[in-house]
Design a protein around this ligand. Structure first.
Ligand code: 6PG
Length: 238
């Protein structure tokens, strides 16, 4: 596994500031080296302030593309859509030219939606590593992306040939209980670096337990970090 750097802050504002600096650094390096930057981000509630404050970063936003780590299988205007949250929170930098690509390219059927997201990501990310940065979140049950403890997909997700897989709603154990699509471990391993931003004492304890016992069924995020080859920055605030 790569290096893991854990940083603890007193308040979410300080932590968000540091997450923003890491994003700025990764994207500006990519723009200098390749003339473009591609990153992927988590949904859920925790990273919302990060997306909202992207406009404080001085970047060539027209050279930046943001897509998703995972998504709930709901229409783009649904209240539980991660795409809706991300597009609204990042509206200012989208106006400045950043491209936002939802994993939801089709809402007729979960399998077709997953296939279309697969095609979109393959077209987007021919280079390996593909993603200049991945901003991850984590649930108190030690899930990340839409890779949940005890879910049948966990047997497949580590050595899948696919970048994206559909995740049936049953057994995810997570709220909201919805079908989802998720990037697989081989897809997330195409990231140059990972930033995990979490808040709250319960998640810190869950993460410590997951790293100590990285069983893929019990602690998906621990299992992911134990094999991810690149650098990981873990940022925590109460
Ligand atoms: C989602 C996610 C998910 C998220 C965690 C943490 O669709 O919910 O992308 O993996 O990162 O569930 O969510 P919170 O930040 O809301 O606690």
């Amino acid at each position: 596994a790569g290096t893991v750097n854990v940083r603890v802050y007193d308040d979410p504002d300080g932590a968000v500031f540091v997450v923003l600096r890491l994003i700025e650094n990764a994207l500006s390096t990519a723009i200098t080296e390749r003339g473009k930057a591609l990153w992927i981000g988590a949904g859920g509630g925790t990273p919302k302030p990060v997306y909202e404050q992207l406009s404080t970063l001085d970047l060539a936003w027209d050279k930046v593309t943001l897509s998703q780590v995972d998504e709930r299988f709901v229409p783009l205007d649904d209240a539980s859509s991660n795409s809706k949250m991300m597009a609204e929170a990042a509206a200012t930098v989208i106006e400045k030219g950043m491209t936002f690509l939802s994993l939801i390219q089709d809402i007729s059927n979960l399998a077709i939606c997953s296939e279309k997201a697969e095609t979109m990501l393959r077209n987007l990310s021919e280079d390996v590593p593909s993603f200049d940065l991945t901003l991850l979140g984590m649930g108190g049950d030690k899930h990340y992306a839409s890779i949940f403890p005890g879910h049948p997909i966990n047997d497949e997700v580590y050595d899948s040939d696919m970048l994206v897989l559909p995740v049936a709603a049953s057994e995810t154990g997570a709220e909201p209980k919805l079908p989802r699509i998720t990037l697989t471990v081989p897809a997330l391993n195409r990231s140059r670096r990972i930033v995990l931003y979490i808040t709250g004492q319960a998640k810190l304890s869950a993460l410590a337990a997951a790293i100590a016992n990285p069983d893929p069924q019990w602690a998906p995020i621990g299992a992911f970090f134990s094999q991810y080859p690149g650098p990981v920055d873990i940022i925590w605030a109460p």
